[in-house]
Design a protein around this ligand. Structure first.
Ligand code: C2E
Ligand code: MG
Ligand code: MG
Length: 723
């Protein structure tokens, strides 16, 4: 066994230990082991042979573990490391012995060490993906050597995995087949396939019906089929002698075809080579567009262009990108520039869809002016555009080109219906492909675009491998949030807010936490941003709101008049359901709406859409107060007070921290307090950590304070205890 003591040594030492990781399997049902001693090798082979014929691998894995126990090991577990993180998790595949965890349960090395000898710690070292057999206890004399058991375990695992994989793939394939044939039927499409080996074109019943052919008519060969197609439309059906891939193209093409009764119909077709396993087979679908002679040029445009802007559509881009990548090499790359207008949604929301459409059309025109010769410009939908440039030799030139494009888009533009020239910036993500798939290149450009947006928009970002790690981290965070929402893994902690005059507890802010089964209690910095990006924040905020209302009722019941403050993301406020739910709960349960303090950020007010405004209005209508959180971290302008009346303002801790060391900071905070008071707002200072800061703030007339000086976020019970 790799990395484990020799089997003879194991047998000599009665209180045992753990087997180290098994070496990697060489085939789906085999396991090679670096066994020492000639006697072990045949046993390993025997074990492998047994498992190769195995019908029920899961049962066999159980059997291996049972065998280990029968050999005298008190407890035996077959484990697989499932998470590579600070605290690795081990999944129990099979287990025997008193107190052993059940199969499917997760455990950690640390947990195992509590019951097992210290050597089990070794178990989690080394390659974490390899399955391991952990045993401890005293083996019976002459029992099977641990390495043989481990070999059996490795083979069992391989079999389990191969069987599960095959089952899953088969189920997936069956599902896809069903879905696809349903979609084809639903869309009224006909289908055909052509096999270069036999030369036959096989038509399905629907296509036969479209052509007026009898079910008993023989299938045509390619030459017959071509003869039926209008001579001007035969382009896609040439290339019979060419490699099969030339025949198939997933860009839709219109063509006229003669039916059995001599009439002519126009079809829209698309075809693709089947797959690598069936070389020479091309499959196609056709949609019947009706009788008669339609303008082919017009149909081509319809099929291949985006109707709003006239740019290429996604289907055309995919084909051209595929071709460009196939031709790319180490010295000649394809640049993909993904472009997105900044805050385009706001244009639609505030100026209307007609202006939005006009802006998209103008953007397309400007892109066409900026696009280099030989490039493909496409609109993917919404405000997402793509520029694909083949034959790029240096990444820097792609970046310079993208910069030039967004600079042009930044220039003011006159739009019909708007009195003033309009300015809309854009962001771009650039990825360079020397080969690989279109999908990979798209994903990379998308990550770069995300980075450009995240860094403040109106800029170009280029993909680098760190972005992949970043995207991976975001995916993991997303998974954690989803799991927490599903498994009741969110928590709320409460931080005291005091009246600065007498330092009496007057309110508490609800702050969300995530109880992760692997990493423990996580703070918002680990997941709130991802939750916002993915829209999961709506569910998080809704869950927190439920807790806030429950706690508020509990405190009311205890005669406690505390106000509760809670954070709401702008994304959440865009969903009317959130405010409805709050209003409904307040009205139906008699909770005091006036005890609710809703904290929003500057971003929410800057992006204020009509639905957000309606939500905030609804919160106010039940007595809740709306205030501004983190003032000083964003634009730090109170100009949006005209947009929505605010009841309170929280000064961010970055303003509070320098108090006592910077006279300028003190002057700014004092002016801010005066300004907020002039607008009738209650001012709370955040992040108050020292007595000196508290005293200064009180002297400046600040109303309330929150910070470690007065208490860290704690459970509800601990918040009120002793107050
Ligand atoms: P926030 O709303 O500004 O909350 C105050 C943050 O400052 C809290 O961090 C709190 O623990 C921290 N803090 C308070 N006093 C001090 C202090 O004296 N010194 C220092 N260094 N820090 C202090 P936390 O809990 O990590 O929350 C971070 C942010 O996450 C919150 O900032 C808020 O923007 C967001 N957040 C928290 N809960 C929710 C939620 O339920 N929904 C949404 N949408 N966002 C939330
Ligand atoms: Mg807050
Ligand atoms: Mg804050």
């Amino acid at each position: 066994m790799n990395g484990s003591p020799a089997s003879s040594a194991l047998r000599a030492e009665p209180v045992l230990r753990a087997a180290g990781p098994l070496s990697a399997p060489t085939g789906p049902l085999g396991a090679t082991l670096d066994v020492d001693g000639a006697t072990s090798a045949p046993a390993v082979l025997r074990a492998q042979r047994r498992f190769a014929d195995c019908a029920d691998p899961a049962a066999l894995a159980e059997e291996v573990v049972e065998q280990a126990r029968a050999a005298g090991w008190a407890r035996a577990l077959l484990l697989l490391t499932v998470a590579r993180s600070r605290h690795r998790e081990l999944e129990v595949l099979a287990a025997r012995g008193e107190g052993a965890p059940a199969p499917g349960e997760r455990t950690t090395g640390a947990e195992l060490t509590r019951t097992a000898p210290a050597a089990v710690v070794e178990l989690v070292a080394g390659d974490p993906r390899a399955p391991r057999l952990a045993v401890w206890g005293a083996p019976a004399p002459g029992a099977a050597a641990l390495d043989v058991l481990a070999a059996a375990a490795g083979a069992a695992w391989c079999a389990v995995r191969a069987a599960a994989e095959a089952e899953r793939a088969a189920a997936e394939l069956a599902g896809v087949r069903q879905l696809l044939s349903g979609a084809v039927r639903l869309a009224g499409l006909g289908s055909w396939s052509w096999d270069a080996a036999t030369g036959r074109v096989v038509l399905d019943d629907r296509l036969r019906a479209m052509l007026g052919a009898e079910p008993t008519d023989p299938d045509p060969d390619l030459a017959d089929w071509r003869e039926r197609v209008h001579p001007d439309d035969r382009g896609p059906f040439t290339g019979v002698e060419d490699p099969v891939t030339r025949v198939g193209t997933s860009v839709p093409y219109p063509f006229r075809v003669r039916c059995a009764d001599g009439s002519e119909r126009t079809f829209l077709g698309t075809s693709v080579p089947l797959d690598a396993a069936h070389p020479g087979v091309v499959q196609g679908l056709v949609l019947d567009l009706g009788a008669g002679d339609r303008s082919t040029g017009e149909l081509v445009r319809l099929a291949q262009c985006d109707s709003l802007t006239g740019l290429a559509n996604r289907a055309v881009l995919d084909v051209r990108l595929g071709e460009a990548l196939a031709a790319a090499g180490p010295a000649c790359a394809v640049a993909l520039v993904l472009l997105d207008l900044d805050r385009f949604k706001l244009v639609n929301d505030t100026l209307g869809h007609q202006i939005g459409d006009a802006l998209l059309r103008r953007t397309a025109e400007r892109l066409q002016e900026a696009a280099p010769a030989g490039s493909t410009l496409a609109r993917l939908g919404g405000d997402e555009f793509v520029l694909m440039v083949p034959g790029v030799d240096r990444p820097e030139s792609a970046v310079a080109m993208a910069r030039n494009v967004i600079r042009r888009l930044r220039a003011p533009v006159l739009l019909p219906g708007l009195p003033e020239p309009f300015v809309c910036t854009s962001s771009a993500g650039v990825a360079i492909g020397h080969g690989g798939t279109a999908d990979e290149l798209f994903r990379s450009a998308d990550m770069a675009l995300y980075r450009a947006k995240d860094a403040g928009r109106d800029r170009v970002a280029v993909y680098d491998s760190a972005m992949r790690d970043d995207a991976q981290a975001r995916r993991e965070a997303e998974h954690k949030v989803r799991r927490a929402l599903r498994t009741d893994g969110l928590r709320v902690v409460w931080q005291p807010i005091v009246d600065l005059r007498d330092e009496r507890l007057v309110a508490a802010e609800a702050l969300v936490r995530l109880q992760d089964p692997v990493e423990g209690l996580l703070e918002p910095s680990a997941f709130v941003e991802t939750a916002e990006d993915t829209g999961l924040i709506v569910d998080v905020d809704t869950w927190v709101l439920g807790e806030v209302l429950r706690q508020l009722r509990r405190w009311r019941g205890e005669g406690n008049g505390l106000q509760v403050s809670f954070n709401v993301s702008g994304k959440t406020l865009e969903h009317p359901a959130f405010a409805h739910r709050l209003a409904h709960s307040v009205e139906s349960t008699g909770a005091a709406g006036s005890s609710l303090l809703c904290e929003v950020t500057e971003r929410t007010l800057i992006d204020l859409s009509s639905s957000t405004r309606a939500s905030l209005g609804e919160l106010r209508s039940v007595g809740a107060r709306v205030g501004l959180d983190d003032f000083g971290t964003g634009y730090s302008s109170l100009s949006y007070l005209d947009r929505f009346p605010l009841s309170f303002l929280k000064i961010d801790m970055s303003f509070v921290r320098p108090l006592g060391t910077s006279a300028r900071a003190a002057a700014v905070v004092e002016a801010l307090i005066g300004l907020a008071h002039a607008h009738g707002m209650v001012v709370t200072a955040e992040g108050v950590e020292t007595r000196e800061q508290a005293t200064m703030l009180r002297e400046m007339g600040c109303d309330r304070a929150q910070g470690w000086l007065f208490g860290r976020p704690v459970d509800a019970g601990r918040l009120t205890a002793g107050r």
